[in-house]
Write a protein of this length. Structure first.
Lengths: 314, 311
């Protein structure tokens, strides 16, 4: 047995070895340790919130996130400018004709326009990217062996895409309110039930509608998360998620499938008009929330079932 | 077995019906620098993925640092630093940001010292100057260094380094070897895989050799060297005759460029008998030598030569 080989039984793992002195020792990089003898490892695991913070901060450091939010903000801008230039028209999406008399309706119109396609598209990108994006970069294996914990990683990824939903809905609403304020007169808002409410009340209703839309998109987020666990190609999961959002809305238009309609995740997407009545009707919000919760439970469970047993080969 | 850093028994992974790893009984002593050798495609990386809980075994059991994997991964993995199948980072983040992100995933890594630990790891692999650059702008060698830094974010009891010298220049390769040595000196067990024996032969205390999913040899370097015994090399223009003579003496000779070679088992005739027999049968000798085989020869002997990936 040569000098550089010790049987393991004689070698307590903590004892430094001194028997290996090679010529390369001379160029050994300087060994640095954090100063002050800080503990390098916690005794007990932390709550794990740092990963969520990191997830959100990384998302908002990506150029792509800002490009999507910018594109969403451009929609109320385009609507407002078009109405301003052409003087408005009685045709078009809901609330469009109200804009010239009250700028706040730019926000409502923009939300109506964004819900069917633009918001699902951006959510598809974010939710479809959650796991597949990490897999395509190869970073998924390093997160899993860190160890992030597969369940916790899914939860963090889902929470991250939910945060993006909030940001997206708020961006459309706020950009609409701002540009409406700049280009049109603003004042008390006449609700769908004919009652006028103050500006402050109208802003509150706008926030409620943004909340309604965020809740509406949570089911789609869960679908995207599940699809993202199926592939290492993020574009595939993104496209599939966005396509499903469109398919669901198309099915919702077919009278022959009426029995299916209440189960489609997009069924209540445009039901936020209830928040522009007086008194506020919470019926469709409640139905919607319950439906979305169902989708979260089902697709969340599928994602967990898939991801916790998946061989990570990326 | 409690003092083994890694111990597997009957470890098998089948993809569809093909066994990529087949009945592996690996035993990595604590405190060793363990070379995990084998040609490309011999199942090294799949084995490493199973050790780290990325891939679930089809059969067999794994113990890492005395605990069962993958069941106890949440406890074991914080003590294991790893580089698996090349470094991987988010290209749109800086080196520092990538390591910070990875560190937040480890619930045993204290947040208060996160920045200091990341900076120390970067300095240890000589990347401090590029810490703020986007990883997109890193060279292959820099990414490899960053990958090694990622394995050193906290004090580790076990380091698993899969092909750590990939993409590094000779200077970088020497630095990695020196790093492995200094880590081993601190008491860390280092499990390092490579398809190039020469890259790691100088730092290893133990090694295992894989071939087409099976373990063909395992032990301390001396055990591996002695297992194959000495070889006789005969330099002669009469190679065919020499093969005949040596075969009759119970050896298994192969023709080489300028003669014949054969390995000498324990019951082989003495060297002087061999040379006498050769000369007696009219084989013209230009050279005759008995030498102990190098680990390199042993490696080639066990895994075959050339670039063919065996399936």
């Amino acid at each position: 047995m040569s000098s550089n080989e010790l049987p393991s039984s004689e070698l307590p793992s903590a004892a430094p070895r001194t028997d290996q002195v090679g010529t390369e020792q001379a160029i050994q990089p300087s060994v640095t340790r954090p100063a002050g003898g800080v503990a390098e490892r916690r005794e007990r695991p932390s709550g794990g919130w740092a990963l969520l913070g990191s997830e959100i901060s990384v998302m908002f450091r990506r150029w792509r996130t800002w490009a999507m939010l910018g594109a969403l903000a451009a929609i109320p801008l385009l609507i407002a400018i078009a109405v301003r230039v052409t003087g408005g028209s009685s045709r078009g999406p809901a609330f469009l004709s109200e804009i010239t008399s009250n700028g706040l309706f730019v926000a409502f119109t923009a939300l109506v326009v964004c819900v069917p396609l633009f918001l699902p598209l951006t959510i598809g990108v974010v939710a479809g990217d959650t796991i597949a994006g990490e897999a395509s970069h190869g970073t998924l294996r390093y997160l899993v062996i860190a160890p992030a914990g597969r369940l916790r990683l899914l939860a963090v990824k889902y929470a991250g895409s939910a945060v993006f939903c909030i940001a997206a809905a708020l961006v459309v609403g706020l950009a609409g309110a701002l540009i409406g304020m700049l280009l049109f007169p603003i004042g008390p808002v006449t609700l769908l039930s004919g009652i006028q409410v103050s500006m402050g009340e109208a802003y509150f209703r706008l926030l409620l509608i943004a909340l309604y839309i965020v809740v509406s998109l949570l089911g789609l987020c869960a679908i995207g998360l599940f699809l993202s666990t199926l592939t290492d190609v993020p574009v595939g999961a993104m496209a599939a998620t966005a396509v499903l959002a469109v398919v669901s809305q198309v099915l919702d238009q077919l009278p022959q499938l009426e029995g299916l309609h209440p189960w489609l995740f997009s069924h209540y997407w445009l039901g936020f008009g209830d928040f522009l009545r007086d008194p506020i009707s919470w019926d469709s919000f409640g139905d919607n929330a319950l439906l979305q919760l169902g989708y979260i439970v089902v697709f969340g469970a599928l994602a967990v079932g898939r991801f916790t047993t998946k061989d990570i080969l990326s | 077995m409690t003092d083994a850093a890694i111990a597997t028994s009957g470890l098998t992974k089948r993809f569809r019906s093909r066994a990529v790893v087949d009945g592996l009984d690996l035993n990595v002593p604590r405190g060793s620098v363990f070379g995990f050798l084998g040609p490309n495609g011999s199942g090294k990386t799949t084995t490493i993925r199973m050790l780290l809980g990325l891939v679930s075994p089809s059969a067999g059991s794994i113990r890492v640092l005395g605990e069962a994997m993958p069941d106890r991964g949440a406890r074991v993995l914080p003590r294991v630093g790893a580089l698996v199948e090349g470094p991987a980072f988010a290209p749109y983040l800086s080196g520092t940001a990538n390591l910070m992100r990875r560190d937040t995933a480890d619930r045993y890594a204290p947040g208060a010292t996160r920045r200091a630990r990341v900076e120390a790891a970067l300095e240890r692999v000589g990347l401090s100057h590029a810490a703020g650059k986007h990883v997109r702008a890193y060279s292959l060698g820099m990414k490899q260094r960053l990958g090694i830094a990622g394995a050193l974010l906290t004090d580790r009891d076990l380091l698993v380094l899969d092909e750590p010298t990939n993409g590094l220049d000779p200077q970088g390769t020497r630095e990695v070897r020196a790093l492995v040595r200094s880590l081993a000196d601190e008491g860390t067990t280092v499990f390092v895989s490579s398809h190039l024996l020469a890259e790691i032969e100088q730092v290893c205390t133990h090694a295992a050799i894989m071939r087409t999913g099976r373990l063909v040899a395992q032990g301390s370097l001396d055990e591996l060297r002695s297992a194959s015994g000495p070889r006789v090399a005969v330099e002669t223009p009469d190679a065919a005759q020499a093969v005949g003579v040596l075969s009759r003496l119970g050896l298994d000779p192969v023709v080489t460029g300028n003669g014949v070679e054969a390995s000498l088992g324990d019951d082989a005739p003495a060297a002087e008998e061999l040379s006498a027999a050769l000369v007696g049968h009219g084989v013209r000798l230009r050279g005759f030598a008995v030498r102990s085989s190098s680990l390199e020869e042993r490696f080639v002997e066990l895994t075959g030569e050339g670039f063919d990936v065996e399936q």
